[in-house]
Design a protein around this ligand. Structure first.
Ligand code: PGA
Length: 247
């Protein structure tokens, strides 16, 4: 059985006052039946961890090296050191904005796993690739290149996030999400054997309270990676509830 995961990515949003949203979320979900994760910006990681309650805390990125002269970066060990348990790697905003390749993402994911964190590895196609019928091919290549050999059901989560669906209010047809998730599951089993059954697969891109139930009804969707709708507890909570009642 894969435990479902509702993950929120605050991106570059949030000040200390935003931690009140974390308190609310924890109060609204005192005994969650799925994992709930918030990935705040780096300056809030430690204070968020201190008042996380029933919510898990993760970072939005990490460096592949353990330490050193990398101005502005934080390492997976530093994230683990404050008690956080997850880190997102390979988000399309990092791949596109910072030129991160599959190799970079794999190195970061491996560093995360070595530090005892669960890596949430993101993959996603552009609108052009989708319209040209190349989505599955592009995604398979990204998945193959971005996953470390050290992956297990505990230290790896994969998030499928079509780039054109992020922050746009557009989502793929449910059949298309189903096709991608089935293809990812097959590829994981081909590569990792039984472990591939235990890796959680998230959908991300414009998930909200109105589309969550339909998305969570799709086979092999084990949760969501949510951006905008995770900033407020009142928006994120209905998504978490939809995930909890999904089968
Ligand atoms: P969105 O972002 O929910 O605001 O579309 C998703 C993401 O980038 O993870």
């Amino acid at each position: 059985m894969r435990r479902k995961l509702a993950a929120g990515n605050w991106k570059m949003n949030g000040t200390q006052a935003s931690l009140a949203e974390l308190d609310s979320l924890s109060l609204l979900h005192r005994q969650p039946t799925c994992d709930i994760l918030i990935c705040p910006p780096a300056q809030l990681l430690a204070p968020a961890q201190l008042r996380s309650g029933t919510i898990r805390i993760g970072a939005q990125d990490c460096h592949a090296e353990r330490r050193g002269a990398f101005t502005g970066d934080i390492s997976a060990r530093m994230i683990a050191d404050i008690g956080a348990s997850y880190v997102i790697v390979g988000h399309s905003e990092r791949r596109e904005g910072y030129g991160e390749t599959d190799n970079t993402v794999r190195a970061k994911a491996e560093a995360a796993q070595t530090a005892g964190l669960t890596a949430i590895v993101c993959i996603g196609e552009t609108l052009e690739q989708r319209e040209n019928g190349q989505a599955i091919e592009v995604l398979s290549k990204q998945l193959f290149g971005s996953l470390p050999d050290t992956s297990t059901g505990d230290n790896l989560v994969v998030a499928y996030e079509p780039i054109w669906a992020i922050g746009t209010g557009k989502i793929p047809a449910m059949e298309d999400i189903a096709l991608v998730h089935a293809a990812m599951r097959t590829q994981l089993i081909d590569r990792f054997g039984k472990i591939g059954q235990h890796v959680r697969l998230l959908y991300g891109g414009s998930v909200n309270k109105d589309n969550a139930t339909d998305i969570f009804a799709i086979a092999d969707v084990d949760g969501a990676l949510v951006g905008g709708a995770s900033l407020k507890a009142s928006d994120f909570s209905p998504i978490i509830k939809a995930l909890e009642v999904s089968v």
